[in-house]
Design a protein around this ligand. Structure first.
Ligand code: BES
Ligand code: MN
Ligand code: ZN
Length: 497
């Protein structure tokens, strides 16, 4: 697919399909008015006849004759007062979904001058171009690596995005949007790859390939022997039940000054979670291949950084293991000494995410982080609490938490905060070790974060539980690429100006 930005006059720019927005009520975008005039008032006539309602995200396709375009796709932009950035994302998504499997080979998208009401600059043309870039990549994603009959290649190969001013700000915004979408799609590829391929060593190879592809990325892989030497016994305990050895993968992107403290991203990378000896029930167990979604979002975010080269230092750590129940597996009742020196009684081998993450959280102290954010498909309880719309956010620092919440709001990749009060900590008491790895049924997402918080005392830390947001189930089963947009937005707000 070829995506480009153009500031040429829309009325004379050829394409198989022209896409414009028409409101239900309120002021027309300049581009729509100009196109209507160029088509001799056709759009207004279609509106008058009821063929175009303007209702938010409704679409209609109209064949044209003697025009620079073979057809016109009109997407409803709704009412002026309700046209928020979220509404804009919705209408662009609807337009692209209609375009996707249609007959056009090329399209010209004239939506970036849609009037959007937003508190900050989210309604500006660069902001709308940025989100359009992201949605283009997101919408046209496919994953057919493992199909023998590739579905017919899509007809559409080129989308030009019209803008009033293709200056530096617009170009950079559009590029960042495309890069964010590509980062999401990379995360989706990793997630969708079957677990007999995507194992910890394969994930480490991905990181090594990133280092090969981009000079700005440095990769270091810690194998099981080095882990044993260092004392990473909890990640080892999780990996023990599998013939696939665990890996701790470290990627560094240093685009800032040497003295700038790095932002550290940590990802849960369980490439398959059977539950271990505390075996999961069989239903939908295939979806536990997505239990490396946290690490996929770390990979995706690093790719965005490598592509856009912002002035910031970021260290990424992926704790990769496969949770299997063979003869070597950890048992409920086992006590292990973590890298931090604290001991953990493993009461349930299915609470393995926190076990791989705790050693990673101890390991990252050496980077003297500005902040640490971990992403993990950590608890089923998070889906019960928040469903599939928001990621769970827990943090030991209000400022960091608020910044991440704001990044989620701005991108539509939202998170919602849950408390991390001391009151919950005692649920992790163990009779035999410093702590247990489970805290009972009540507040499962919070007690999981409480466990992690004990290893994150020395820095500003936040945890995103993405169990409900990293993938979708059902007919459209697939990884979502979340929370790459949130992470990219957060990191970009800390780029050295
Ligand atoms: N990876 C799962 C959490 C999960 C389950 C995410 C379903 C998405 C969908 C995690 O390792 C897990 O098994 N958590 C347990 C924790 C429990 C044993 C305390 C859970 O949520 O049941
Ligand atoms: Mn589990
Ligand atoms: Zn898991």
């Amino acid at each position: 697919m070829n995506f480009s930005l153009t500031s040429k006059a829309i009325e004379t720019t050829k394409a198989d399909c022209l896409v414009i927005g028409v409101p239900e009520k309120g002021k027309w975008a300049d581009s729509a008015t100009a196109v209507d005039a160029a088509l001799g008032g056709l759009v207004k006539r279609l509106q008058g006849a009821g063929d175009i309602t303007g209702k938010l995200a409704s679409t209609g396709v109209f064949p044209l004759q003697d025009a620079p375009w073979a057809r016109l796709l009109v997407v409803g932009t709704g009412k002026d007062a309700e046209r928020t950035p979220a509404a804009f994302r919705k209408l662009v998504t609807a337009a692209l979904a209609t375009l996707k499997d249609g007959p056009s080979k090329s399209a010209l998208l004239a939506l970036a001058d849609t009037p959007v009401s937003a508190a900050d600059d989210l309604g500006s043309e660069p902001a709308l171009l940025q989100v359009t870039g992201r949605l283009l990549e997101e919408q046209f994603y496919t994953f057919t690596d493992f199909k023998s009959d590739k579905p017919d290649a899509r007809k559409l190969t080129k989308v030009a995005v019209a803008c009033g001013d293709a200056g530096k700000a617009s170009k950079a915004a559009f590029q960042l949007g495309l890069a964010t979408g590509q980062g999401m799609n990379y995360a989706r590829d990793l997630g969708n790859t079957p677990p007999n391929v995507c194992n910890p060593v394969w994930l480490a190879h991905q990181a090594e390939r990133m280092a090969k592809d981009y000079d700005c990325i440095k990769t270091d892989v810690i194998d099981e022997k080095q882990m044993a030497k260092l004392g990473m016994n909890t990640i080892l305990a999780v990996g023990k039940g599998s013939t696939e050895p665990p890996r701790l993968i470290v990627m560094e992107y240093r685009g800032g000054k040497a003295k700038d403290k790095p932002y550290v991203l940590v990802g849960k990378g369980i490439t398959f979670d059977t539950g271990g000896i505390s075996l999961k029930p069989g239903e939908a167990m295939d979806e536990m291949k997505y239990d490396m979604g946290g690490s996929a979002s770390v990979f995706g975010t690093m790719k965005v950084l490598a592509e856009t080269r912002p002035a910031i230092n970021v260290v990424a750590v992926v704790a990769a293991a496969e949770n299997m129940p063979d003869g070597g597996a950890a048992r409920p009742g086992d006590i292990v000494t973590t890298l931090s020196g604290m001991t953990v009684e493993i009461l349930n081998t299915d609470a393995e995410g926190r076990l791989v993450l705790c050693d990673a959280l101890t390991y990252v102290k050496q980077f003297d982080p500005a902040a640490v954010v971990d992403m993990a498909t950590l608890t089923g309880a998070c889906i019960i609490a928040l469903g599939h719309h928001a990621s769970g956010l827990l943090s030991n620092n209000d400022e960091l938490a608020n910044e991440l919440l704001a990044a989620g709001e701005r991108t539509g990749d939202r998170a919602w905060r849950l408390p991390l009060w001391d009151d919950y900590q005692s649920q992790l008491d163990s009779n035999f070790a410093d702590m247990a790895n489970i805290g009972g049924r009540p507040a499962g997402t919070i007690t999981a974060a409480c466990f992690l918080s004990r290893f994150a005392k020395d820095y500003r830390w936040a945890h995103l539980d993405i169990a409900g947001t990293a993938w979708v189930s059902g007919k459209a089963k697939g990884a979502t690429g979340r929370p790459v947009p949130l992470l990219v937005d957060y990191l970009m707000s800390h780029v050295r100006k």
